[in-house]
Design a protein. Structure first.
Length: 527
């Protein structure tokens, strides 16, 4: 094995998976930080854990990730990273301390068409729904194939409190993979009794870019890791010996110019596959976000190029070719007047940051909004508030704005929201003092699409000596995609295996083997 003083590691993609991999290489693999290079097309690393903007132009978050005590790999990573606000404690400790003070307990999880808060103490399941849920959990994954969620449950299941809460919490659609839905049921079975209050959710003090990515970047840079921005990897040259391929060159465009990086035999290449936020576009108060699906450049194109050479590298076309099944829209609202936050706190009976998602279950867009504790950005001035929301059905006309969400400006999205809340008299004030930025994401739930064995490649693909794969489109048994944990676990597993370390990532939490968790879940289904 190469010595840690000479081996280099090249990481293509600057999302949380690559950042985590770099940290594990340094902490556990004893690789000097100066030997690690992160190649990222964008100006800033962070991938889907992004957040930017200002009070004047409006803040933007494409999404927000919920954390949970079962995210053992993520919390293991963050336990070694100093907090930005208090370097004497870790980011992990900062998150725990924050959640011990500001606890989540939603009192307005669902709102109906009459602006009434729905009593969700009961999940509203019928006996057949309960039988179907238990039967699905008991069914071996291998028997489910490419079935959709709607292939397993009766139509009435999709009108239950359970479905509205579960689907809006995790962004499931009826046509998504039954396999992934089953994995979520098992992975979060311990959260069944708290699905109505979201009390099991851990939040970060600020948005995830400020609370997780920034301190992680700072620590990596202090260790000597080199971040190369404006670098888009478009191909890997490989040489085969006795049926085993090794990456020999990395081909990329750097600031519009082609470059070629030589990779020594002892070096490693870690590649993040695909991206749930690829081709995202932003709108404005006076213009919609445009649906953009150009995959000729970027991570999807690279994955396709490589997958043509070996079936061990998966089938990206399964995930990037069904945009109507994977897209939805989010929006970020920056308010310079306290009206909306004050009103929502009184209506929901939750102070901002304590309630989680508020979902309008009867809205044609299946609207949800969440008011985080303020400030939500490190640079956010006093008197400015920021909230985030999304719609799972952007191709449907609004209930009050007669346009598809996909065609709506930020002002029209605000109009639809305030109309649902019967706040049309306050709409002029809201429009004059707020900035709503829509965001269209064509591939945001592409990782939930129906799939078969082999569509997602292994983290350590067979037949490659110095290549590892990271992220949401790799295959790991039992864990669930669309989580920070999945990306971090893929990174930890890849580093431990490629560095030949005698250790493995923390075991996945398995509540299905906890008799108390099972009892509580079944009891909840009968409430």
């Amino acid at each position: 094995m190469a010595t840690t003083t000479t081996r280099k590691a090249w990481l293509a993609g600057g999302g949380i998976a690559s950042l985590a991999a770099a940290a594990f290489m340094i902490r556990d693999g004893n690789l000097p930080g100066k030997n690690i290079m992160i190649l990222e097309r964008s100006a800033l690393p962070g991938g889907s854990l992004d957040a930017s903007g200002s009070a004047d132009t409006g803040y933007v978050m494409r999404g927000g990730r919920m954390l949970n005590f079962t995210y053992r790999c993520t919390y293991d990573l963050l336990s070694a990273i100093p907090s930005l606000s208090d370097p004497s404690i870790s980011v992990y400790q900062e998150i725990i301390d924050f959640n011990n003070i500001f606890k989540t307990y939603s009192r307005a999880r669902l709102v109906d068409k009459d602006r009434k808060i729905v009593n969700v103490s009961s999940p509203g399941l019928k006996e057949k729904d309960r039988i179907d849920l238990v039967g699905l959990i008991a069914k071996p994954e291998g028997f489910l194939g490419r079935k959709r969620i709607e292939d397993w449950f009766s139509p009435s299941f999709f009108r239950t409190n359970f479905w509205w809460m579960w689907s809006s919490m995790f962004a499931f659609q009826p046509w998504h993979s039954l396999v992934e839905f089953r994995r979520y049921l098992i992975r979060f079975i311990h959260e069944f009794p708290r699905i109505d209050t979201l009390a099991g959710v851990d939040r970060t003090p600020y948005n995830q870019f400020d609370s997780i990515v920034q301190p992680l970047m700072k620590w990596l840079k202090e260790q000597g890791v080199l971040f190369i921005a404006g670098a888009e990897v478009f191909d890997l040259d490989m040489a085969a010996t006795d049926g085993v391929s090794a990456v020999t060159h990395i081909r990329l465009m750097k600031d519009g110019e082609p470059e070629c990086i030589s990779v020594a035999a002892e070096d490693l290449v870690f590649l993040t596959l695909g991206s749930m936020t690829a081709s995202s576009t932003l709108g404005a108060m006076d213009r919609p976000a445009i649906l953009h699906t150009d995959k000729r450049n970027g991570c999807w194109a690279l994955w396709k190029t490589l997958a043509k050479r070996s079936p061990a590298l998966g089938h990206p076309e399964n995930f990037d070719s069904r945009i109507d099944e994977s897209k939805w829209m989010s929006f970020t609202v920056t308010c310079k007047d306290p009206f909306f936050f004050d009103w929502m706190e009184k209506f929901s009976r939750n102070k901002a940051g304590s309630g989680g998602l508020v979902t309008f279950k009867d809205s044609s867009w299946l609207f949800s909004v969440v008011l985080a504790r303020q400030p939500h950005f490190i640079n956010q001035p006093e008197g400015v508030t920021v909230f985030w929301g999304y719609g799972l059905y952007p191709d449907k006309p609004g209930d009050y704005v007669p346009k598809k969400m996909i065609d709506c400006t930020g002002a029209e999205i605000l109009t639809e929201l305030l109309s649902h809340l019967r706040l049309t008299e306050q709409l002029p004030l809201m429009l004059a003092t707020s900035v709503c930025i829509p965001c269209m994401m064509p591939y945001i739930t592409s990782e939930f699409l129906t799939r078969e064995e082999g569509d997602r490649p292994a983290i350590i693909p067979k037949g490659f000596s110095n290549l590892a794969l990271l992220g949401q489109f790799t295959e790991m048994e039992e864990d669930v995609v669309f989580t920070v944990e999945y990306s971090v676990r893929s990174a930890q597993q890849a580093v431990y295996e490629k560095f030949g370390l005698d250790k493995k990532p923390p075991d996945i939490y398995k509540g299905q083997h906890d008799l108390q968790a099972l009892y509580d879940a079944v009891k909840t289904m009968h409430r």
